[in-house]
Design a protein around this ligand. Structure first.
Ligand code: ADP
Ligand code: MG
Length: 233
């Protein structure tokens, strides 16, 4: 689906939240590194997509009513066989039904299980004074509890991208410590610049989250993405 088609569809359905599938497609089109992801509308389809992608895979709920997929029991990681995919599909459907009985379910996303890396997050939100600002931080518990993040105003310069990565207190983690592989910092800088360009070119986007991005010593890949549009009017 083309970028404009994704936006037109969402508008037509009165949605401001794009699905993970739609968000990833838009961001991939903007040159951002995204883990291969496909929509499956039924169990059989999930199995055949997984077999084609190669195991292990990840299954996630796709529903406009489920924003935090893991909280709803909607994420199953490291599925190594067709049987595991089938079981995970049933468990996801049961769990979402139990927790959010009225959620409209489109299916599941099937994606490659990315190898572990340093988890970082890239986000965009609107500042009432400065307009769109990008955020960078380490992923997981460090972002949520320590709020170890840095911000720069869009459009980012190459220097902004450089600085905002080095500004966070957890920067030594990205340089590699305790035997952990160092992150590919130039690649992350480039991803930040690409997100900035994407935001600049799409003023209808109100909010964006790549959470998490796995950073490696060679490159990085976003495994989850969420785009929110401005409400109309
Ligand atoms: P949520 O909607 O709860 O944020 P996510 O898509 O971020 O759901 O998945 C939850 C967690 O599962 C992520 O933070 C990440 O650690 C892991 N994860 C998600 N997708 C993948 C993937 N494709 N490969 C490896 N790990 C993944
Ligand atoms: Mg996430």
């Amino acid at each position: 689906m083309s970028k404009s088609q994704i936006l037109v569809n969402a508008r037509k359905e009165g949605r401001t939240y794009l699905s993970e599938i739609e968000s990833k497609e838009l961001l991939r089109g903007a040159g951002i590194s995204i883990t291969p992801t496909k929509l499956a509308r039924a169990k059989e389809e999930a199995i055949s997509i997984a077999a084609e992608m190669g195991f292990p895979v990840v299954l996630k709920i796709v529903s406009p009513d489920v924003i935090h997929k893991s909280d709803a029991g909607g994420v199953k990681l490291g599925l190594g066989s067709e049987q595991e995919v089938a079981d995970a599909y049933d468990e996801i459907m049961a769990s979402v039904k139990q927790r959010q009985a009225t959620a409209k379910v489109e299916g599941v996303s099937v994606q490659q299980m990315a190898r572990p890396g340093v988890e970082v997050i890239i986000g965009m939100s609107q500042d009432p004074q400065f307009g769109p600002v990008l955020m960078f931080g380490l992923g997981g518990i460090l972002v949520e509890i320590l709020k170890d993040v840095s911000f720069r105003i869009v459009p980012l310069t190459a220097r902004d991208a450089r600085e905002m990565i080095r500004d966070i207190k957890g920067y030594p983690v990205l340089e590699g410590c305790r035997g952990q592989e160092p992150a590919d910092i130039p690649f992350l800088e480039d991803q930040l610049l690409k997100v900035s360009q994407f935001v600049e070119q799409n003023p209808e986007i109100r909010e964006l989250d790549l959470n998490p991005v796995f950073a490696y010593s060679d490159g990085a890949v976003a495994v989850d993405a969420r785009v929110v549009l401005e409400s109309e009017g």
